[in-house]
Design a protein around this ligand. Structure first.
Ligand SMILES: Nc1nc2c(c(=O)[nH]1)N[C@H]1C(S)=C(S)[C@@H](COP(=O)(O)OP(=O)(O)OC[C@H]3O[C@@H](n4cnc5c(=O)[nH]c(N)nc54)[C@H](O)[C@@H]3O)O[C@H]1N2
Ligand SMILES: Nc1nc2c(c(=O)[nH]1)N[C@H]1C(S)=C(S)[C@@H](COP(=O)(O)OP(=O)(O)OC[C@H]3O[C@@H](n4cnc5c(=O)[nH]c(N)nc54)[C@H](O)[C@@H]3O)O[C@H]1N2
Ligand SMILES: [Mo]
Length: 769
């Protein structure tokens, strides 16, 4: 690329993941946000037996952790919450909502922590402080004025503790709504739907110890250097044991390539790095299903050849016979899939796929980790099935050193689901709630995230309560979503920081400032701790220590309880009693969900406890008690990937937490001070008559190309960056790319939006800068 002109804010990052770059970034994050003193206390209490759980991600903590586990992005998350900056009522008085609207999302959150409960006042177009009681009274009245309880939507973002999430679902169920849109619907819903069908549980089967015993590790469609940085320590241990690590990703992510552990003084001083992935294949976006089928195809051929040479074959026939059904259909489907289709869809050569299939076949114990690169596709659930299929062929589920490992997003998103944040209540939940609280509710399915936005758009739902999150910005098609949310009668946002969703006004809008994880939570019964569940089903306590950002903050469980009391005059639930001592909430959780037996006792043990995951013990909680090989539609039948076009994927930068942007830098990808870039392979630039540095328009093609306004969905005036990304794939940041995703583009089975397979065309920008 000799003709590659220099571009402002675009370079190539040469260093490893972690290392001094990470230390410098932490120092910067801390100096920018926190009050002197708060940071030391906060960081030393993170992920400690009597500290708080890092709000950054859901990667587990090593057992009996004694030393502070360093993580750059955890430090950013903590400093963002523990900031000394405040958004007080005077700020709102001086800044009408119509002017706040023109601030960037980055600037809005940078204002700092919310300090008072606020209600929107239309006469002055400002948010004004309101007493908690008065706000609750108005919310109760508005909810009771709805034509039906089903016109209310209860959104949850995955940071809420088990205690807050559980109370929230009890409130909504008793009120009469099963509408639980939640962030998981945009995230690992393909896992929550696909894995129960296949192995009887919608969770990963491995524990952190399994990584000490695996002899091959696959990392498919996730970026741990940014999104699960504490995982790099685990990858480093695995690599140091000489275990092959196979990375499958359209982008060359530094956090999968090499790492210098800031925890290791020798490595730091000597500038040594650990190579992580031993094999790195840049797959075409959306091609994982094809690649997985290709791996299985070669495995079946190797197996047949071994058998014909008198071997015992490469499949675990005893496991398959005893534990599974559906193998014949799977084999037939794989045999019917041609290598041509597999290589065309995946963008990988037959030899490359054979190579990784052989790594898989040689290993006795294999773990497959995966993230959003697998789930956020029109065939997300099917991708998850294929990973389970591949693992089951060699009995790689339910034994030491082997298993499936979906990397969850928000720090407690898995726990939220475990304690009942679901729009599809089952018999057990209905019976459990009746046993615990003495009321019953209909089993009818409610709305997930996409369905909720559609119901709001279509005027069926009129109230939206958000326990955290920034739904309007995180969701697909912001234009349609924003317009929909302006039609609401009631919007309530429980939040720590101001964001755009709060500025989309309903007839009545409220912002409730809540305590964050780092802060001390004192109730009638004294200081409280909450509990969270990580990606590996470990449940443990989290106890905040910092002085709250304002005396007006309340805990999420308290806020939920007050809304419930104000809304439900004949409630059967002792809300005050529960909130006074969270042990009582946990006692109720245990009644509804017996897997939490001895909950209060077990969370008092250092490190907490692991919830029962049937598949980890080869107990398959499917209707017939077997694990299922599952066959999806053909790899040529994806409505979004079927046309001849480039495919856009939307990704997180290193300095963001979902819609929260910490800075405009993305260090490992060499981007600084900007986010208006599109990563494109040089050959694709050439083929489209474009050059590195051109300002371009990205337009959606195919069945979802037109927006609700009849115009082509487009993002205009972004800068093309020549990048070593897989050919046929282009990438831009989330949420900038969300307007390219139609509300109708989602996985058919799980509803997960197809944020990572958007058919697009590129052209020189039409408008001047
Ligand atoms: N610091 C930080 N930590 C976070 C978050 C954050 O925003 N910031 N978000 C949290 C949340 S909610 C979540 S869900 C997780 C998300 O964690 P990840 O799953 O790592 O999230 P993404 O950045 O969306 O993308 C994952 C990777 O998938 C690759 N990819 C894109 N399309 C494809 C594809 O078609 N196939 C394959 N094989 N790969 C593909 C991208 O190149 C990228 O490397 O992280 C959690 N942790
Ligand atoms: N294009 C595209 N879109 C995506 C994705 C993608 O990869 N591509 N990823 C999707 C995924 S995986 C997810 S999980 C969603 C995320 O969607 P959400 O969970 O809705 O979004 P967040 O941006 O994490 O929410 C940030 C807000 O949460 C509030 N907050 C922070 N801490 C707390 C707290 O302790 N309590 C409360 N009550 N509020 C708090 C703050 O006010 C902050 O503004 O986005 C999805 N959208
Ligand atoms: Mo997520």
């Amino acid at each position: 690329m000799s003709d590659k002109p220099d571009l402002e804010g675009v370079s190539t990052y040469q260093g490893p993941a972690g290392g001094w770059g990470a230390l410098r970034a932490v120092a910067k994050a801390l100096s920018g946000q926190m009050a002197i003193g708060r940071e030391t206390v906060a960081l030393t209490r993170m992920n400690q037996p009597h500290g708080f759980d890092c709000p950054g991600c859901a990667w587990p903590d090593p057992k009996h952790t004694s030393s502070f586990e360093f993580c750059e992005n955890g430090a950013k998350a903590v400093s963002w919450e523990a900031t000394a900056k405040r958004v007080r009522p005077e700020f709102f008085a001086a800044n009408p909502v119509s002017s706040l609207w023109h601030m960037s999302d980055y600037a809005l959150e940078s204002l700092g922590r919310l300090t008072h409960p606020m209600a929107y006042d239309a006469a002055t177009d400002t948010y004004v402080a309101i007493e908690w009681d008065e706000a609750m009274r108005r919310i109760g009245a508005a909810l009771n004025a709805l034509p039906t309880p089903e016109a209310a939507e209860f959104y949850t973002s995955g940071r809420a503790s088990n205690e807050a999430a559980f109370l929230y679902q009890i409130f909504a169920r008793e009120f009469g709504s099963n509408n639980f849109p939640d962030c998981s619907n945009m995230c690992h819903e393909a896992t929550s739907v696909g894995l129960p069908q296949s192995i009887g549980v919608g969770k990963g089967t491995v524990t952190l110890e399994d990584f000490d015993h695996c002899d091959a590790l696959f990392c498919i469609g996730h970026n741990p250097g940014t999104n699960h940085p504490r995982m790099l320590g685990t990858l480093r241990e695995v690599a140091k044991r000489g275990v092959p690590i196979v990375a499958i990703n359209p982008l060359p992510e530094r956090g999968l390539e090499r790492f210098t552990s800031p925890q290791d003084p020798l490595e730091m001083v000597a500038g040594r790095e650990t190579e992580l992935a031993s094999t790195y294949y840049k797959i075409k976006c959306g091609g994982d299903d094809a690649m997985l089928k290709g791996m299985m195809k070669w495995l079946l051929e190797l197996d047949a050849s071994d058998l014909s040479h008198g071997g015992k074959g490469l499949l675990d026939r005893a496991f398959i016979a005893e534990h599974t059904v559906g193998i014949d259909d799977l084999v037939a489907d794989i045999q019917a899939t041609s290598w041509d289709a597999i290589t065309a869809k995946s963008g990988l050569s037959r030899e490359e796929i054979m190579h990784i299939a052989e790594i898989y076949a040689k290993a006795e114990r294999v773990i497959v980790c995966y993230g959003m690169g697998i789930t956020q596709h029109a065939h997300g659930t099917q991708n998850v099935w294929q990973i389970a299929n591949l693992l089951m062929l060699r009995g790689n589920i339910g034994r030491e050193g082997a298993g499936i490992c979906p990397l969850r997003g928000h720090s407690n998103v898995q726990g939220n689901r475990t304690v009942g944040i679901t729009e599809k209540p089952d018999d057990n939940l209905v019976k459990g709630v009746e046993k615990a609280f003495g009321f019953t509710f209909p089993k009818k399915h409610g709305n997930d995230a996409v369905a909720a936005v559609r119901a709001i758009r279509d005027g069926q739902s009129k109230a939206l309560i958000c326990l955290g999150g920034n739904l309007a910005v995180a969701m697909s098609d912001p234009d349609a979503t924003f317009a929909a949310m302006r039609k609401l009668d009631l919007a309530v946002h429980v939040a720590t920081k101001l964001n755009r969703s709060h500025l989309i006004l309903a007839k009545q809008s409220f912002i409730f400032p809540c305590l964050g994880r780092t802060e001390l939570d004192v109730q009638a019964g004294g200081p409280q701790s909450v509990t969270v569940e990580d990606s590996m089903s470990m449940v443990h306590a989290s106890e905040g220590t910092l002085e709250p950002a304002s005396e007006h903050l309340r805990s999420e469980p308290w806020i939920v309880a007050q809304m419930a009391k104000a809304t439900l005059p004949d409630t059967r639930v002792d809300w005050e009693g529960l909130v006074g001592n969270y042990d009582r909430i946990r006692d109720k959780i245990e009644v509804v969900y017996p897997i939490f037996a001895n909950y209060n006792q077990r969370i008092r043990e250092p490190g907490g406890f692991r919830l029962f995951v049937g598949a980890s013990e080869r107990k398959w909680l499917t209707p017939d008690g077997k694990a299922h090989f599952l066959v999806g539609r053909g790899i040529d039948e994806d409505p979004l990937l079927d046309i001849d076009h480039l495919t856009l994927t939307t990704i997180r930068s290193h300095d963001q937490y979902n819609t929260t942007i910490y800075s405009l830098n993305d260090r490992y990808r060499g981007i600084s001070g900007r986010r208006d870039v599109v990563f494109i392979n040089a050959a694709d630039l050439d083929a489209n008559g474009l050059r590195h540095g051109d300002r371009i328009d990205i337009e959606v093609v195919g069945p979802t190309s037109l927006g609700s306004d009849g115009q082509v969905r487009a993002v205009r005036g972004f800068t093309a960056v020549a990048y070593p990304i897989a050919q046929g794939t282009v990438a831009m940041y989330y949420p900038e790319g969300n307007r390219l995703v139609s509300l109708d583009s989602h996985d058919e089975q799980s509803g997960t939006p197809s944020y990572k397979s958007i058919p697009v065309s590129l052209k020189a920008a039409t408008a001047a800068a």
